[in-house]
Design a protein around this ligand. Structure first.
Ligand code: TYM
Length: 339
């Protein structure tokens, strides 16, 4: 019998990449749809998480505010449980490979593909005075973020699914031309919480850029604010806490309550049988406030320790560069750039 000369290699952990924009305080939607899951995934995957400040400038930003928001977003990411000892946590503009790879991938992406992106259409309607090339090209930079790390999985909310599909198409197209250079990433969208809706217009997703502050919860809102916003949430004229088509407001609140408590919709309906919406909204508000309290406390502590934050994001950038530069080198070689 042939002798085995090398010990069997342990299966490598799958790689995860995801990012969030530093354009204001993270909402409950960002938290439940993405960042909360990022923290849970750290145990079983090799995770890389990024504050995408280069994406943020596709919409005009005030420089001093962007600088502050970027550091706050980084601190908030750690406050949500991303552990820089377990995961790579960095800031996009600190790692040059993202922009460099994006340029190459631009040449493998069609104008027509980018024109079909719904987020581009929405954002160009909203910022009609500034439909810049970066806004159009946004999904290619996102593809570069993901492909540079050879990510297997990308945990995002549903609104990023189309961008993810484009990243896959770009990877497959490049691989077909140049051999297996990129891992083709899969979206990792949670069953519950992937689309948290506005509290004021529950057919629209919850967004931090909403003009009505009552429409969204930020994860730094204090308990009173959270409870007040839930009390004002738009529901319907019935008085039955049950998940049903046409009850968008109640469905959204049940979704939020269910994601945080782990209770099923049936259990929630039973819990609030015979009670009015007032009791239900208060319970949702209190549950959300309790869940976010430790995040708020950790954030305050981290914000007070700028040198710790700096050491984390510097280290994260070094780790991120080491991995992504390997991919970029391979890409440059494959496409014929002189070494
Ligand atoms: P961003 O900053 O808009 O949102 C960050 C994450 O939060 C999710 N999300 C939501 N989930 C549920 N309900 C909501 N109402 C809600 N609003 C936002 C988003 O789906 C996202 O997962 N383009 C990305 C950032 C990015 C990125 C990447 C993501 C840049 N490069 C590479 C993954 C991989 C964005 O603008 O997310």
């Amino acid at each position: 019998m042939e002798q085995q000369l090398t010990a069997p290699q342990p299966e490598r952990k799958k790689r995860i990449f995801s990012g969030i924009q530093p354009t204001g305080v993270m909402t409950l939607g960002n938290y439940l749809g993405a960042v909360r899951n990022w923290a849970q995934l750290q145990e079983d995957y090799d995770c890389t998480y990024c504050i995408v400040n280069m994406h943020a400038i596709t919409v005009r930003q005030e420089p001093a505010k962007l600088r502050k928001n970027t550091l706050d977003a980084y601190a908030l990411m750690l406050a949500c449980g991303i552990d820089p000892e377990k995961s790579i946590a960095f800031i996009q503009s600190h790692v040059r490979t993202h922009a460099e790879l994006a340029w190459v991938l631009n040449c493998y992406t069609q104008f027509g593909e980018l024109s079909r992106m719904t987020q581009f259409k929405d954002k160009s309607a909203k910022h009609a005075d500034n439909i810049n090339a970066g806004l159009f090209d946004y999904p290619v930079l996102m593809a570069a973020d993901i492909l540079a790390y050879q990510a297997d999985l990308v945990p995002v909310g549903i609104d990023q699914k189309q961008h993810l599909e484009l990243a896959r198409d770009i990877a497959i197209r490049f691989n077909n031309l140049h051999g297996n250079v990129f891992t083709v990433p899969e979206p990792y969208i949670p069953k519950a919480g992937a689309k948290i809706m506005s509290l004021q217009e529950p057919t629209k997703k919850m967004s931090k850029s909403d003009e009505n502050v009552n429409a969204f919860i930020t994860i730094l809102d204090d308990e009173d604010t959270i409870i007040r916003k839930f009390k004002r949430a738009i529901t319907d004229s019935e008085a039955e806490v049950v998940y049903r088509e046409g009850k968008d407001g109640i469905n959204n609140l049940m979704n939020i309550y269910s994601v945080i408590t782990g209770k099923s919709y049936d259990d929630i309906a039973k819990e609030f049988e015979g009670k009015g919406y007032g009791d239900f909204k208060l319970a949702v508000g209190e549950t959300v406030a309790d869940a976010l309290k430790p995040v708020r406390e950790r954030f305050a502590a981290l914000q007070a320790d700028k040198s710790y934050l700096e050491s984390c994001y510097r280290h994260g950038a070094e780790q991120a560069l080491a991995i992504s530069a390997r991919t970029l080198d391979k890409v440059y070689k494959k496409i014929g750039f002189l070494q």
